[in-house]
Design a protein around this ligand. Sequence first.
Ligand code: ADP
Length: 739
Amino acid sequence: MAYYSTDILAKFFPRNILETLKNRLGITQLYPTQYEAVRQGALEGKDLVIAAPTASGKTLVAELTILKRLLEGGKALYMVPLRALASEKYEEFKNFFGVFGYKTAISTGDFDSDDAWLGKYDVIVTTNEKADSLLRHKAPWFDKVSVIVADEIHLLGSDRRGATLEVLLTRTKLMPERPQLLGLSATIGNLEELTEWLGARPVRVDWRPVPLREGVYYNGEIFYNDGQSVSLENHGAPLFDLAYDTLKEDGQLLVFSPTRRSAVSDARKLSAITSKFISPGELKVIRENIRRLKSEHSDKVTLQLLELLQKGVAFHHAGLASEARSTVERMFRDRILKVIVATPTLAAGVNLPARRVVVTDYRRFNVELGYYERIPVMEYKQMAGRAGRPRYDKEGESVLIARSLQELEFLFKEYVEAEPENLSSQLASEPVLRSHLLSVIATSELVRSLDSLGRFLLNTFYSYQNRDYFFVIERAKKILNRLAQAGFLEVRGDKLEPTQLGIRVAELYIDPETAVTGLDFFKKVDQASTLSYLYLIASTPDASTIHLRRGDEEWLEDILKSSSLGPVARPPEDEIEYEFFLQRLKTALLLEDWINEVPEEHIVEKYDVGPGDIYSLIQTAEWVAFALSEIAKLTGFNEHSVRLAVLSKRIEHGVKEELLELVSLRGIGRVRARSLYSHGYKSLIDLVTAREEDLAMIPGIGRALARSIKKQLSSEAEESHEEEEKIQELPEQGLDAYF
Ligand code: ADP
């Protein structure tokens, strides 16, 4: 095995640190990735981008680099693309850096804060978006950061979130005292182009701790890239053959299926096989987990999952409740659960290795466009790279499924033997460019004139890559005009001056067009119904909306006849616009049900969504409501401001206004608050005078919670550990929640 001695570290760390690394953290040898990164100057402050497969030890490179910086008195910022990854890293770092007496914090929520409390921590784990918002708020501790790690830096090329990372990196590049930059990446085609732009060194490593074999299944056989092939026992369908073959040798299988529907149906079919492979001990653990999940969720998506779990298989997609998703992940890691069928979002998410990975389709359904598209090679490689569990498997294996000889050839050529695509900048897309342009002008000293704006744009990956810099400049000028028209900035000759409103819009982390939509509404409407506010929120570019299903049109039109949305929402004539209109209406109605305390399981049924979808909708809607309330306040629309602020709180907790006081307590959600309320405890004052024993008797409360309520309300609770809470506030949402 190609391991290296840790001697190379002796130059950089004192002996006691080296001993702790060895004795307490078990680092006795270095993986090639780590050795190479140290050789290339990771511990000497050099900027590097490391492109290496999953599980090749990139995290330890980051940990060592950060440790070095901390010993020198610095601070580290670790950025990841997803909340779920942030919590994974946070747990890992708490342990690693804790051993050396350093403190780690996680900060992923609330975009309208500089999180000054983070100043006390040494390692700060955030999502890219949160890092961007901290920069916009000029977080006071930012200038102490001496190393920035950009994990999954290849997502710079992804359409939805890439541009934020690009702007963040451009801003870092232009900082007068630039922190060390460490990029961690999957294998990419144009690593050198990326590093040249960043002024960093490329470190490319192909080594994997568990070797990977890639192959394609066709007609009962797997054909591998090393020229070998094996025949599988026939169990009636390709997926069955592959599952049986994996399970009979005590392996674990991760299946990627293109849509939620196909993931559920593949899992259901596979249950015929998996149920034969559960031991009584495993079944016991599974049942305990089922019992726990059942007490938390009783919607049809969760129930469907629980029924399958009982048979030793799970599906995994963003519609699942976060507790369900993390339970599935944990049981798979503990090797209790042997098979997961996931939608491709899992590939970019948490670390979940299996012996065999099966990719059932090289196409994926694009919900926005409404058709199947080919998945990029890079995404396939990410999925395939999940194969091989360190310690348990000698070798990992990924298999694509071909339905014809022609497809077999195609899959080999286009996926197994293909190189991952080059990254390309996503900055030129107008919605992201306008947000980020306003942000650099309003929240940094970097850009205050047309000239410096030009310089900034010239430093982006977009300009580096495209050389047609004038195209972005032209587009930027158009956007500047629009921003000036909306009152977010003033252009005086060559000078660019942000207005108070512009600064606030940038701080609030919303698309400037969201603010424009809100301001139009405030000017037009004096008295608005709750539903029309919700419609307003759903119609901003920042909000996500739910899709229409067959039959939706009729009941939505019935509702439309019976309720008034006010002048802001007149159904458009245009057919496509009309569909968008109905989507927004459906979203607004879902939110209305949510804040009227309609039970989760009814919402799931009525709108045909999963609990995870409700949660993502709520998160953005709550934020947009809050941001619009702030915009209204700043522009003198006080009535709108107050109503939107209340609405934002109601959306956050899913309650009627009368419960807002009660849900401010920790451990009290919408259901328990209603239970307290209906037993006569309608306010915090009522609870202060209540007896603990009486509270404990209320359904859903119990002894522990009653004690906690009393404690929270007692005078010692005044100094409630806000920071502790924030740190413990781990994400509730996984793969689809980017911020
Ligand atoms: P990556 O970040 O490249 O995906 P990780 O850093 O998560 O990979 O490493 C994969 C696994 O290998 C982890 O369980 C980690 O603890 C282990 N590992 C990494 N480096 C070493 C090392 N030098 N010695 C022992 N185990 C290691």
